[in-house]
Structure formats: C-alpha cells, structure tokens
Design a protein around this ligand. Structure first.
Ligand code: ADP
Ligand code: MG
Length: 690
C-alpha cells in the first residue's frame, strides 16, 4: 500500500476503515456515482437540478442580511446569469470576488423565483487570460470516510491504474483476470483491466445515466464476477459435502408408514414428491442439504415429520429448530402429539429453559434418550451436546442467515460424519435467484396446497371503519368462527408492542363483552403462551389479540378471520405470512387490512398486491421489486451476501450465465476458484470452511 504516493501510516490506517489494504483493494473500491466536468454548460441552458461546470465573470458580490446572513455573488457568461450563495464565508473570500474576475464553478443548479443559483459551489477564481482545461473523463465519486477525501481517492486510483497498465503484477499483487479468456469471450465479457479502467475513469462521452444505474457493460462485467464469486463460494460448500460422509438411512421406515396411516388426511402429490426427494437424499452416505420451499399452509411440517421418522427409526436423533419460541412451541406440541403415540421421546429446549428442566433436557440430549429435540437457536449453543445427531431440520430458514445455516452444519459432526440437513422456507424465491443465494442446497418445491383450501378474501379498509370491522368480528365469533387481531408497531421495542396489544385487547373486550378474548405477545412466559395457544386451538377462545409473534408457522385451522392493524408498516412477505394464519381449514376465510390513512405510494402498492394475489411466489417477486432482495431474503440485516457492485434484482438476467460460468470454471480452471472468491468475499470467504 505504501508504494503509492501520499500513503503514509496515518492514511493507510484510515483507508483500512474502507477495507482498502492493498493496491488491488484500491482498484476494487468502485465509484458510487459520477460527475460530468468534461464540458462547460452555458448559463442560459442550465436546468434546475443539473450538476454542471460553468465559466463566466463576477458581476457583483454582496452580503445580504435576511433570515440567514449570506454572501451572494452574481456571475454571467453572456448567455445568462447565475447567483452563487454562500452561508459560510470569510472576509478574504468575500473580497476575492472582484468585479470582472474570471471564475469557474461546479455545483447543482437550483431555480428559485425565476433565477438560477448554486449553493456553496466549488469554485476557482482565475487570473486574466488563464486557461483552465476541462476534465477528460467523468469524475468518479467514491464512497469516502472521515479523513480520506475524494482527491486522495482519485489520486490513489490514478496511481493504481498506472500500475495496472504498466503490468506491475507484483505490486498490484494478484490482479489477475481469473476468468480465462475463452470463458470471458463466450459470455461476452471484456477483460477485467478494461472494465476497471472504464468504471474508474469513464470517457467524456460515456452514458452517465447508464453508469448511474449500474447497467454499463463494464459494471456488468464486474457484477458478473462478483456474483460468480458468491455462487462459487456456495458451490464449494456443496462440493465439500460430497467429500464428507454421513450415516445413510435407507429402506422403508415402519414408523413413517404408521405415522401416515394415523393422519386424518392423505398427503398431496407435492408432499409425496418432496418426501421422496428427501428419502433419496437420506439414503446416501453424504449429508443431505435440501431446501424445501412451500407457500404458507402447503404442509411442510408433515414433510419434516416424515424425514424425522426415517432417522429416528434407525436410532439417531433429530433436531428441529424454529426462529421464534412460539413457533418452536407449536412444533413441539405437534411433534409430541404425532410421535409420542409411536413411543418416541420428544424433548423441548430453548434459551429460557432454566434450572432442573434445563439440566434434564441437556442430559436427555447428550445421552441420546431424546429422539427428537425441538427448540429455538439455543439448540446450537456449545453446551448442547448431541449423542447421535442424524438430521437437523431448520424451519422458516429465511429468518436465519446464510452464515448461521452453514455454521449449523458443523454441529453434531462426529468422527468425520455430519448430520443431514433439511431447511424449509415459506419465502419462495425465483429459481434464478435461488441459484445464487442457495447454491449450496438442492431444492424441492411443494407447489400444491391441500385440497379444499379457498383463497383468503382480502380487503383494505381505513381506520375510520374500525367500528364496522369490530362488528364483523362480533358476528363471525358469534357464528362459531375464530379470529386473530394483529397489532403491529414499527418500533422494534417489545415493550411498546405489548402495550399496544394490551390496550387493543382491553378496548375490544369493552366492545365485545360476549366474545372470549385472549392476548398473546412476546413478553409472556413460554408456559403462558402455550396455554393461550392451546386454548385458542381447542376453541375455548374466540378472538386472539396478538403482536406479530404469531407471524410464522402458527396453525389453527378453525381460525378464519384476521384483522391486521397498520398493515402499511409491514413488508409484503411478512403480511403474506401473517395472512397465512387463516385459510387453513375448508371454510372461506377473510383478512381485513385496517390501515391508517393516508397511505404512501408504496404502502398503497403493497396492499394492492395482497388484495390481488395469494400466490407466495408472485408476492415474493413483487416484494423484491418494491424493497430489494436483500430485505426480502433477510440477508441485509445480518450483513450477509452484501454486494459491492452487484444487485440481485437488477442483475437477475446475469444469474443464468453465472451458474454456467461457475461450472465451466470449476471444470477448466479449478485453481482460479479460490483466489476469485477471496478477491470479492475477503474474510467472508470462510463460508466454505465451516
Ligand atoms: P406450512 O407449510 O405453512 O408450515 P403446515 O405444515 O403448518 O403448513 O400445515 C398447514 C395445515 O395443513 C396444518 O393444519 C396441517 O395439518 C394441514 N395439512 C398438511 N398437509 C395436509 C394435507 N395433505 N391435507 C390436508 N391438510 C393438510
Ligand atoms: Mg410451517
């Protein structure tokens, strides 16, 4: 790094904050936008909002004492005039603006009351006759940090690009184009060098809008490589799994047969198909890594139970993990109901478990006495020691991140063997995206709902119709239906959420004296929650007022009405999940989105999508358009799959090619894979190491 001029120890330290440590890092620190300083724009042609270079002469400078003291400098160029406005200025600065002095400025034009002005433009006063050339390239604007200025970054990239041209391979470290030239050619990609040069110093005639949108072929070349690196890192995880062994669970399981025979329904074709996929995976001597995507209510839990039973039959343990305590409790109840009659011990474990109960759960887990263990992510803390873990099931995996999923693979590794892994999600994503985000997994889709389900009728009503809504809840409950009333708050604060739900429950109890109302929120004790949910499920409560704790997985088929307050505050995927709590039985269900007017444009769009469709794939697709894939997949919050330049949605068209290129690279130039991953993922490249 210090081979570059202007980089001493102090600057180097600051650059490190931008993750710039090598000359290569400088080259991969890409501009976030560009300025056009390649031409001088006549003042008469300036548009409001335009960033431009202007050249003219000072006409007048004066200090105005208005609401805020400011220095106004009037300049003109024969085609028009412009006012420069400074709120902060020194005496010396003020006296520099002599009438007739040539001046050059760069800034954003604003039109106010018929005249154009620039606030705090960059400017330079010239001496008479002095020539000042315009820039040859669009000016890059880099993501900066305190103490590292644009000019520094520009100078550094300038030098790094010179190294690049000079072919100083040793200084630039490993700036090698890891895409073999045949491969680059077949995917119509320019060389890495050309792409980098272009994005750092676009020529004056480059299309600035295209660059701003990240769609220029040079940027796409880099995005392609970045997506390739991410994809390869996950493919590598998959390849390693093929070199890892696992216990094979083959043959028909008598337990599965018994379980299915006892169910009050028959499996759908889709469930059967997915169960077969899983059975084939489990029969192999390598760990399964399968993702089951199935819309809300498609019946994933039964599929998980079948997988569990094949493993339990052979005397191995199964761990089932859910993202929320409420969902985990519910699974615990379902699995207990289903499996205990078959003589199988089901054990509960969560972070809140304390004292003796905890000790005995941990004991049952490590002795192997517990066949199926259900819980939250507490299952995977170090103190939990599985006796003979054969299968890990993760429900609603989109709530966990890629890293967590990969870390879990290591849990339960014994004598070089790993447990099989089954992950389930109700946030379906388009196939092309799945190839990137879930490239380490095989995928099955439950693309059929159990028979007799009717789509949930969805209406959006403003808060002013609250009374009407309350009356319809009263009618529904009087007629033997059950309902949810979901209170949402944007604040993450548990306390506030619960308070809001408490208030609502009190209010509703006042309006609906004959209705049996329960209240469930995140601050209840596990046992209290469980009692309430059980009462609701058994039909002893008519109306359940709840926070979004009921978002995932909760399954009460008789519930057929849902009111969601302030739905405009939630994302589409979350609303779809919530709504999925109804429409689980054969009765026609309804969902009322009780919004707070006025709706924002995006709020209106989201609610419209929900009214129009109940298809999870379609909803996920629209959600990604509205919010971006990072939010939808939950990767943004956890800081995973952060891209420097790629954008999953914008670059979706590249993903097919990325997958092909990955296969080609693995076959033709396997040695290039690791350095390519390291270039883009840095330390996160350890994905593959866990
Ligand atoms: P999800 O895929 O959202 O996790 P669940 O596994 O909770 O869905 O199943 C939703 C409901 O459908 C449950 O009440 C479950 O018992 C029921 N169910 C599952 N499979 C079938 C089926 N083949 N026929 C009828 N009902 C089913
Ligand atoms: Mg579920």
């Amino acid at each position: 790094m210090t081979v570059l001029k202007g980089v001493g120890a102090r600057v180097a330290e600051k650059l490190a904050r931008l993750h710039i440590r090598t000359v290569q890092d400088v080259l991969f620190h890409l501009p976030s936008r560009y300025q056009d300083r390649t031409r001088i724009v006549p003042m008469g042609a300036l548009q409001s909002g335009q960033f431009a270079v202007v050249a003219g002469e000072v006409e007048l400078a004066e200090v105005r004492f208005g609401r805020r003291r400011s220095l106004l400098v009037r300049i003109s160029d024969g085609t028009g005039a412009l006012t420069l406005r400074f709120f902060h200025f020194s005496k010396a600065q003020q006296s520099g603006f002599e009438r007739g002095k040539p001046i050059r400025c760069y800034g954003e034009t604003r039109s106010t009351a018929g005249s154009a002005e620039m606030i705090h433009p960059e400017y330079r006063l010239l001496t008479a006759g002095e020539e000042l050339a315009v820039e040859q390239h669009l000016t890059p604007v880099y993501p900066a940090t305190e103490g590292v200025h644009q000019l520094t970054l520009r100078s550094l990239t300038e030098q790094a690009l010179t190294f690049l041209d000079g072919g100083h391979a040793s200084t630039v470290g490993s700036l090698i184009d890891w895409l073999p030239s045949e491969l680059a050619r077949s995917f119509k990609m320019t060389s890495l060098q050309a792409a980098l040069r272009y994005v750092h110093r676009p020529p004056a005639d480059a299309r600035i809008e295209m660059l701003a949108a990240g769609r220029h072929p040079a940027q796409q070349r880099l995005a392609f490589e970045e997506l390739l690196a991410h994809h390869l890192s996950l493919r590598r995880v998959r390849l390693r799994a093929e070199h890892t062994s696992a216990v094979a669970f083959a043959g028909k399981s008598a337990l599965v047969e018994k379980f299915l025979a006892a169910l009050p329904f028959t499996l759908t074709g889709a469930q059967q198909r997915v169960i077969n996929d899983i059975r084939e995976d489990l029969a192999r001597t390598h760990p399964m890594a399968r993702l089951v995507q199935g819309d809300v209510g498609s019946g994933k839990t039964v599929v998980a139970a079948c997988a569990a039973l094949s493993v339990v039959q052979a005397g191995y343990q199964v761990a089932l993990m859910a993202p929320t305590e409420l969902l985990a409790e519910q699974h615990f109840r379902s699995f207990s109901d289903w499996l205990q009659p078959l003589g199988i011990a089901v054990v509960w474990h969560a972070g809140k478990l304390k004292g003796k109960a905890r000790t005995s759960a941990l004991q049952a887990i490590s002795s192997g006495g517990a066949a199926v263990i259900v819980g939250t992510h507490a299952l995977f803390q170090a103190e939990v020691d599985f006796g003979s873990l054969g299968l890990v099931i993760i429900d609603e995996q989109h709530r966990f991140g890629v890293h967590q999923r990969l870390a879990l693979r290591d849990k339960g590794r014994q004598a070089g063997q790993r447990p099989h892994q089954l992950v389930m999600t109700a946030t379906p994503i388009p196939r092309t995206l799945a190839m990137t985000v879930y490239a380490d997994l095989d995928t099955s889709v439950i693309d059929e709902l159990p028979p007799g389900r009717q789509p949930v009728k969805t209406v959006a009503l403003g808060q002013e119709r609250r009374d009407e809504v309350i009356q319809s809840v009263r009618k529904a409950c009087a007629g033997g239906q059950q309902a949810y009333w979901v209170c949402t708050l944007i604040e993450e604060s548990d306390v506030l959420q619960c308070q809001a739900a408490e208030k609502t429950a009190e209010f509703l109890a006042g309006c609906l004296p004959e209705t049996r109302i329960g209240l469930v929120h995140g601050r209840l004790k596990a046992a209290e929650k469980e009692t309430l949910m059980a009462a609701f499920k058994a039909g002893n409560l008519d109306l359940l007022v709840a926070t979004t704790v009921i978002e995932v997985g909760v399954d009460v088929p008789n519930a057929s009405l849902m009111i969601i307050e302030n739905p405009e505050r939630l994302g589409l995927a979350q609303l779809h999940q919530l709504r999925g709590r109804v429409g689980r039985g054969s009765r026609q269900s309804s969902c009322v989105l009780l919004y707070q007017p006025p709706l924002s444009e995006s709020g209106r769009q989201r609610l419209a999508v929900l009214r129009q469709t109940g298809d999870g794939f379609e909803i996920a697709r629209r959600d990604m358009e509205l919010r971006g894939p990072g939010e939808v997949l939950g990767t943004r919050q956890t800081g995973e799959m952060q891209f420097h330049i790629a954008d999953l949605l914008r670059d979706e068209a590249l993903l097919g090619a990325v997958e092909q290129a990955a296969s080609q690279l693995l076959a033709d130039a396997p040695d290039n894979v690791s350095p390519l991953i390291r270039r883009w993922l840095g330390e996160a490249a350890n994905y593959g190491e866990v």
